[in-house]
Design a protein around this ligand. Structure first.
Ligand SMILES: Cc1ncc(C[n+]2csc(CCOP(=O)(O)OP(=O)(O)O)c2C)c(N)n1
Ligand SMILES: [Mg+2]
Length: 285
């Protein structure tokens, strides 16, 4: 299953160095992870997102956590992350804003028919507006149907790409460019909705703890392969719309974790737990 990408010996001298290094010292075919960042060629190394963008940091960690990037297809949606995906060395599809989980469901089913002997990981990576507001119908129905996909929300608590409207994920009282009087309603508890909708694995994590984030992404993808839908929410604060300094992104994450307004949490079904225990046993021989 691994080593899908290889350079043919006949083309070695003319292949771009960037491509060769992705294979020779990159995430393909190896076991690179977040603790190796800075030592290997990453799937996404350049992007046009703002300085200090929490979403860009989360994306970097998520991409480094993929268990099998050669056979992963990312389904994205409109929003800030859509500006980065065209530069990522991983298969990705841009869907219509809000339709991402419907597109991912069809894609996963089609891939299972087309490649019955190969595991293809279909991973939705979309903003909070796309996931919790405009796409919530498609998101929740994919969970009700137990589609074998992983949904990752990049939660910057705003419609960032369109200049700062409140989203369902903004906190009560949040003041944004286009919500100057402050939001009237509370933040939606999407992890709990996901759990109640039958997801096999659910986690809320932050980029302040890359190992925990990696564990959640890997668990979510493994659960989606074998047991059912999975959901991971990643707090990704936005310095541009929440008007804090770009070098304060991690501080912001930590303060929200500390005051309890962003709770890291995990829900694991019995079936998924059995799967994780079994895989752990295999790993430890
Ligand atoms: C069907 C449709 N409706 C609305 C828009 C306008 N639009 C583009 S990006 C965006 C906000 C996205 O917010 P979110 O999903 O939170 O992503 P972020 O930009 O915050 O990363 C909106 C409303 C669109 N492009 N397509
Ligand atoms: Mg957003």
């Amino acid at each position: 299953m691994r080593n899908l990408f290889q350079v043919s010996a006949a083309f070695e001298d003319i292949m771009p160095a960037e491509y060769k290094s992705l294979i020779e010292n990159g995430p393909f075919g190896g076991d690179k992870g977040v603790t190796d960042l800075g030592t290997f060629k990453e799937l996404l190394e350049e992007h046009p997102l703002c300085a200090g963008c929490g979403l860009a940091l989360s994306l970097r960690l998520i991409l480094a956590s993929l268990p099998n990037p050669e056979h992963t297809i990312i389904v994205g949606s409109t929003g800030c992350s859509a500006l980065a995906f065209p530069q990522a060395a991983v298969h990705n599809i841009h869907s219509l804003f809000g339709n991402q989980n419907a597109v991912a469901s069809g894609l996963k089913r089609a891939l299972s028919l087309r490649f019955p002997d190969v595991v293809k990981d279909v991973v939705v990576i979309a903003g909070d507006g796309a996931t919790a507001d405009i796409g919530l119908d498609m998101v929740m129905h994919s969970w009700f149907r137990q589609e074998r996909i992983t949904t990752i929300m990049l939660d910057n608590e705003a419609y960032a790409n369109t200049g700062g409207q409140e989203s369902g994920m903004s906190q009560e009282g949040a003041v944004l460019n286009m919500a100057p009087k402050g939001k009237n309603f509370s933040k939606i508890s999407v992890p709990e909705l996901a759990w109640a909708s039958g997801c096999a694995y659910v986690a809320a994590v932050t980029p302040a703890n890359p190992r925990k984030l990696q564990s959640a992404v890997r668990r979510g993808i493994l659960a989606a392969r074998e047991t059912g839908s999975s959901y991971i929410q990643v707090y990704s604060p936005c310095p541009t719309n929440y008007k804090f300094k770009p070098n304060q992104t991690i501080e912001k994450v930590k303060s929200r974790e500390k005051d309890g307004t962003y709770q890291v949490r995990e829900y694991i079904s019995d079936e998924a737990q059995l799967l994780f225990d079994r895989l752990e046993e295999v790993k430890n021989g």
